[in-house]
Design a binder for this molecule. Sequence first.
Ligand code: ADQ
Length: 511
Amino acid sequence: MHITNKTNNSQKNRLIIVSNRLPIVLSKDNKGRWQAEQGSGGLITALAPVLKNRGGLWIGWPGTSRAHDKKALESVFTRAAGDFGYTFEPVFLPESLVNAYYFGFSNQVLWPLFHDLQTRCDFSPDYWNAYQKVNEIFARTIAQNIKSQDDHIWVHDYHLMGVGQALRKLHATAKIGYFLHIPFPPLDIFLKLPWRFQILESLLCYDMIGFQTQRDRRNFVQCVHAMLNHIRIKGRGQVLSTQVNGRMVRVGNFPISIDYNEFAKKAGTRAVEKRVDEIRAVFPSDHLILGVDRLDYSKGIPERLLAFRNALQRYPELEKKISMVQIVVPSRQRIPEYENLKHEIEQLISEINGTFTRPGWVPIHYLYQGVDRTELTALYRAADIALVTPLKDGMNLVAKEYCASNIHLDGVLILSEFAGASSQLYKHALLVNPHDIEGIADAINQACHMGLDERKKRMRALRKIVKKTDIYWWVDTFLKAVFSHDLDTLGPLEDYIPSQEISNRKNSEAP
Ligand code: ADQ
């Protein structure tokens, strides 16, 4: 039994999860009627039993703005509640607000800024106004659904930083936890935000502000101390605290994870085994390298392709011995920068293949599509090397999924030191600076030449960490940290979050 289930049997407070999107995939059947399926991410898998257990509720935007869909969808959500065992409360938003709040403020201000890419920001005041309005609409929906002040509310991610403050204005006294899935930027970058004070003050209205890593938490604490000098955040260990207007506010770091057992189990199934054989037959080269990303400039895809080209140039003996599969899942297509990035990636791949292809060998295979779980797990298992090189990433689940799927322990993880995952995996992955093209190329070459014993030793250690701190551990730890009075009950996270997150070690140093 997972810890999550154990804890929740003794704590029956109703749980309200709030996120930008509902965890439901809506589609229409051939008669044009809406139908709902539960989403498949690790977060949903981990939260569903907790929500069921506590008679919980999930609040979010359903993904459609069309007024005439509203009525039809209401009955779909009622049916889904019966099927899934917890309730859904859709927040309907007009399309103009979705554009300015989601594509505008969330993804053209907060997303680039918090990934240290301030030159990509569009600080349009209209976006900020829409963001505030939507956060207020969410808060009103939550307030209407709070049944008792013992309800526990957990708000997710950068789209909803202002919900806590809007709820306090509505006099909500229930405990509210907040988790930021993306990084929190350093002071110098955060200061560029025209609404920096409002965002910081909004965050301090939550009872707990959760970050992925110590680095994010440290950045936040530095911003608070520099900008709001009447507030001092103190403490040691995983959870710090401060007093804001007579309320205790906790600040912690909780590295999100995956359903490790599900990936490991899936990797051993016959269906995956069969696909692994087929994939290996298509790529007879000695080393198969895999990249799997959402289309996003933070993922460092062009830089990774340049590094692969550099490896082919500087290590000519890799010719015909190495193949790369790069899968990119379409994302945020309405934002022009994403369309430009797609063209940049496709042009680079075409140039590299044009230069290096030889009869019987194409260096890069590119898929611009989502792949299903069996295919994804088979690719993880078949790949000798995973290249996970985001310029900055809150955590990066691909790195953890690769380790969990690597049941034969023979894969090598090359990991960006700016992915949150490096805070846990830095000792056993080959750590790279994603801007250092030659450094990544060297790591590719090193991985190709790494002996089986070393690969196994590293992968065994990586899997142990991912297994121990899986998504169930994450949900349980976060909920305890927000809602329990006794923080001593938290596990020894220090083992897994070294304070020295950026390692100066050379990759050649054995773990
Ligand atoms: P993302 O930026 O979406 O998440 P990531 O953590 O890597 O990034 O998760 C991506 C997910 O999409 C993975 O589960 C992966 O398997 C899946 N995926 C990617 N490409 C796919 C494809 N082509 N086909 C099918 N599935 C694909 C944000 C933050 C991260 C943070 C997570 C969770 O940006 O830093 O780790 O939230 O908090």
